[in-house]
Design a protein around this ligand. Sequence first.
Ligand code: SF4
Ligand code: SF4
Length: 325
Amino acid sequence: MKQAIIDTALKFDADIVGFAPAQRFDKDDAIFKIMPNAKTVIGLGFRVLRGEYRGVEEGTTYYQYTTMGVENLEETVMPLALLRISTLIEENGFEAIPQRRNQLIMNEENETNPEVDYNDIYRGVQAENQIDFDKCAVLCGLGEKGLSGAILNDDYGPFIRYSFIITNAVIEPTPVYEPHLCDKCGECIKACPGGAIDKNGKMNTWRCAVYYNGANGAKNPFMPPDAFSGFDNRLDIINGTAEFDNDEAKEILDNIYFYPPAKHYYRTSICGRACDRACYIHLEEKGALKKGFKKKFRNGEDWKLDTKQFVTGKREKEWKFSNRT
Ligand code: SF4
Ligand code: SF4
């Protein structure tokens, strides 16, 4: 059955497949709350095409990464693969529980998910058991956890998303990665336009939400010159250096939507996952990625917009590439 699962996964657009035996998980892990007799977690990795980052990398189109790299992978591609593989497992007499990341329900009280509107999230929902996706990816041998928290894979670096199937079928395991990709270079930390990742790699999810949604004026071509006009610290917000608590983060987010969300409930990523792009560029530079391209992902310096317009409060000329510094 293992080979049939791999073949089906690849046929339905997964790029990598791994298998974690239940023994790799602690006894109180959510997989056993969801399926008490779980024997294996199957991990599926789906690459986010490098070209889907091109628009955010160049600052030319923002819709494509979110709709094709996030929304359609999560809402269309992954469910189909999960359902086909789960059906195959059930045809063989075992039970299979597909696990898609739940974007809107959180066990945590004080966190958020930058990919969706903070208002849509139900927090502190303890009754809903959820697997730890990053932990499952590591235990399924799909990649290693980098300093930023991103799962890094030999072929795709951080440009990959995951989903899982819990089953009571015993399946031969995949070895776990010996960490070898993340060298703690800190490029992911430096690249965030809002300083959302601290020097130890801890992510402030509210800070991430604010800058994922585009609060940094140097990296947001949609921001009007008078953005955040009611905020005393508007230039600090726009420069990515403002200090704020969770409630203030909500106020900023309420004033940040200069660009529409994607079709389901996903917010459009204006930061363009700069942390992951910086990591990819670093891994590519040092020749650590097995899947090569004819040209490097980034050639030359990263761009940023002139932020003078936010000081004067009026746009002196229409934004165009020449506004980049
Ligand atoms: S950018 Fe450097 S420190 Fe950050 S996750 Fe990648 S390799 Fe690790
Ligand atoms: S670069 Fe974007 S996704 Fe990464 S931590 Fe910063 S705001 Fe969040």
